[in-house]
Design a protein around this ligand. Structure first.
Ligand SMILES: [Zn+2]
Length: 247
C-alpha cells in the first residue's frame, strides 16, 4: 500500500543534551535550517525559545513552584506544560471576547492583558511567550503587568525582537471606531484558541526595554542564551526579565 505522506526531511543537526522543559536527557533534532521553529526536543517537542524561557525562569525565579503565576495565552507545550503541571499557583489565561473577564472557561481564565482583573500586587510571576507582538496597546499591558506584580515579582517573557537595533515598528493599530488599521502587509502567527491566527501589531527592536520602562517604570534585563547542551540556539530567542523592586 502506498502512503501519501512525504518522507521526513533529513536531519540537518542533532545533539544529545538535557531539556529544561521536560527535565530529562534527550536528543535535540533539527530537520529545517530555521531552528527557531524546528530544533525540537525529541521527548517533549519544545523549541529553543521555550527552553530559553524555562531556563531563565529556573535561574531568575527558582521558587516558581510555590508562586502565583499568571501565563497569558499558553501554547500547550514546553514551558507552559511544565509550569501548569508543577506550580500550584498557576493561572493560565486566554482572551475570549464572549466571556466576562476574570471568569473561567474550560479551565482558562478570561483576561485581556491591557486591562487585567487581578488585584494590585497579587501576582508573583507573569509569563508571556510570543504574545507582546500581538497586543494593540502594549504600553497598557506593561503597565497592568507592573500594577499586578507583587514587589519582588517578575515578568519573564519571550517576544521576537525582529527589528534588533532598528526602532520598533507599529504594524497595525485600532482606529477611533475600533477597526484595525494596517500600516504594513498583515502578518499572522498561530493562535492556540483561534484558527484565524494572531495579527502582528509590533515588530519589536531592542528598544523594547526602554518602552517597558517608559510604560511601567520597571527595568528589564535582556538575556540571550546560546547553550547547545540545553538545545538553546536560534534567532530571536531573547528572554526579557522585568523586575518590580521590593521597595
Ligand atoms: Zn523536552
Amino acid at each position: 500500500m502506498s502512503t501519501l505522506n512525504p518522507p521526513e526531511p533529513e536531519v540537518l543537526f542533532e545533539n544529545e543534551g538535557y531539556c529544561p522543559c521536560c527535565d530529562q536527557k534527550t536528543k535535540f533534532v533539527a530537520r529545517n535550517a530555521w531552528y527557531r521553529d524546528h530544533y525540537v526536543c525529541s521527548h517533549c517537542g519544545s523549541i529553543p525559545r521555550e527552553r530559553a524561557l524555562m531556563f531563565c525562569i529556573d535561574r531568575f525565579y527558582p521558587e516558581w513552584r510555590w508562586a502565583v503565576i499568571h501565563e497569558s495565552s499558553p501554547g500547550g507545550r514546553g514551558a507552559s506544560c511544565k509550569l501548569q503541571a508543577q506550580a500550584s499557583g498557576y493561572i493560565g489565561s486566554h482572551y475570549f471576547a464572549d466571556v466576562p473577564p476574570g471568569t473561567i472557561r474550560d479551565g482558562w481564565r478570561c483576561e485581556n492583558l491591557e486591562k487585567l482583573t487581578f488585584a494590585d500586587e497579587s501576582v508573583d510571576l507573569h509569563v508571556t511567550q510570543d504574545v507582546m507582538e500581538h497586543i494593540f496597546d502594549p504600553a497598557a499591558a506593561f503597565k497592568e503587568i507592573a500594577r499586578t506584580l507583587r514587589p519582588g515579582g517578575m515578568h519573564i517573557c519571550t517576544v521576537p525582537l525582529v527589528n534588533k537595533e532598528q526602532r520598533t515598528e507599529v504594524c497595525a493599530k485600532l482606529g477611533p471606531d475600533g477597526a484595525v488599521e494596517h500600516l504594513r502587509e498583515p502578518e499572522y502567527h498561530g493562535n492556540p484558541v483561534s484558527d484565524k491566527g494572531s495579527l502582528v501589531t509590533h515588530r519589536w527592536g531592542y528598544d523594547i526595554c526602554e518602552f517597558i520602562f517608559r510604560s511601567s517604570g520597571l527595568f528589564t534585563e535582556m538575556v540571550y542564551l546560546d547553550m547547545l547542551e540545553h538545545g538553546i540556539r536560534a534567532e530571536f530567542i531573547e528572554v526579557l526579565v522585568t523586575r518590580k523592586p521590593i521597595s
